[in-house]
Design a protein around this ligand. Structure first.
Ligand code: F6P
Length: 373
């Protein structure tokens, strides 16, 4: 009997999502004779039973298109805004899945999606996931799709900023996405020839950065490119954040888990994303004019790179094999040339950050890039 599968995309969109939907859909239809339905706008659409048919026609011509044809949202099954309240809608979702007699549900997303998908798996759904995000911070996979495209966009931007920085003898600070991980800023900074790279994993000191820029000036280079991850944090900020976290830990038994989480997020926001300040301070410390460019959502837009199309297709098609053999509660990870089904409990709750001794960091230091410390 042919199987019925659902697909949804959740969290921030990334280039390559449509390539993945196409890979899953076409392999499911052509190789296994399965029926495929798409849920609109992530877990929200699953809860509201809003669907889109995924057949030969709708799966055609989407490989090169950015974003997701299904739409996405950041809504969580167990914390869904409904009628002005935040409600646990898990039961409604389980009911919708059953009403449609689904044999499997494929969830495409980053760290948050893996967690929400795992929640549904524990509530009895046959869940299988794929890792996508421009941040590359999902654990247990070599890489996530979307990262390579965003990397290319950020490198192209740094290339362009170089000529204007050079012409005006300026410092140009460029803010790069990546949430609380430094993969994107580090990769783009090295590939784009940045002189300073600041990532969340290595707290920075503005005086050291200013010294390295002045040293460049003394050697005849009157401009500098400073690539800053949006989650970068100063040494001072990192110390205060740690102290605030420890203080909150002491009250853990008295306060609700959600309140502590919200408070931590608030403190975190206070000390990260200070690129405007970085640009101003570096100008004051070096006497060199400085400008700030925030790349923002440009990094998530447009057509996926060839590497992302290939990765998304590879993971998408492998996913149908696992569905066919009945393997669920797993994320299909990229491992070398192949794929691996990693149990979701090994994926959720762990953010893959850049290890301080990572080869990319070693290479950056070897060629004289200032890492801010
Ligand atoms: O996770 C992808 C990402 O683009 C992060 O790099 C960024 O911090 C975040 O999403 C932005 O989210 P939103 O699009 O909801 O503003």
């Amino acid at each position: 009997m042919s199987k019925y599968i659902g697909i949804l995309t959740s969290g921030g969109d990334t280039p390559g999502l449509n390539a993945a939907i196409r890979g899953i859909g076409k392999a499911a239809l052509k190789k296994y004779g399965m029926h495929v339905v798409g849920f609109r706008d992530g877990f929200r659409g699953l809860m509201e039973n809003r669907t889109m048919s995924l057949d030969g026609n709708s799966l055609s011509g989407i490989l090169t298109i950015g974003g997701t044809i299904l739409g996405t949202s950041r809504h969580k099954p167990n914390k869904m805004p409904v009628g002005g309240k935040i409600l646990d809608m898990t039961d409604v979702i389980v009911e919708n899945y059953q009403k449609r007699s689904l044999d499997a549900l494929v969830c495409l997303g980053g760290g948050g999606t893996q967690k929400n998908a795992y929640h549904l798996f524990k509530n009895g759904l046959n869940i299988i996931t794929l890792p996508k995000t421009i941040d590359n911070d999902v654990s247990m996979t070599d890489i996530t799709f979307g990262f390579d495209t965003a990397l290319g966009i950020a490198v192209d931007a740094i290339d362009r900023l170089h000529s204007t920085a050079h012409s005006h003898h300026r410092i140009i600070v460029v803010e790069i996405m990546g949430h609380r991980a430094g993969w994107l800023a580090l990769g783009a900074g090295i590939s784009g020839g940045a002189d300073v790279i600041l990532i969340p994993e290595i707290p920075y000191d503005l005086d050291s950065i200013a010294d390295s820029i002045l040293e460049r000036k003394r050697s005849g280079k009157s401009f500098s490119i400073v690539a800053v991850a949006e989650g970068a944090i100063s040494k001072e900020g990192s110390g205060k954040l740690e102290a605030a976290k420890q203080e909150l830990e002491k009250t853990r038994s008295k306060n609700k888990k959600a309140d502590i989480k919200a408070k931590l997020r608030e403190i975190d926001d206070q000390y990260t994303g200070n690129t405007t300040l970085i640009a101003k301070e570096l100008e004051a410390l070096t006497g060199l004019e400085s400008r700030l460019t925030i790349l923002g959502h440009l990094q998530r837009g447009g057509t996926p790179s060839a590497a992302d199309r290939l990765l998304a297709t590879r993971l998408g098609t492998a996913c149908t094999e696992y569905i066919n053999e009945g393997t669920f509660g797993v994320m299909i990870a990229a491992k070398g040339e192949g794929t691996e089904a990693v149990p979701l409990d090994k994926v959720v709750g762990i953010r893959k950050t850049v290890p301080p001794d990572h080869p990319w960091i070693q290479s950056a230091r070897s060629i004289g890039i200032c890492m801010g410390d």
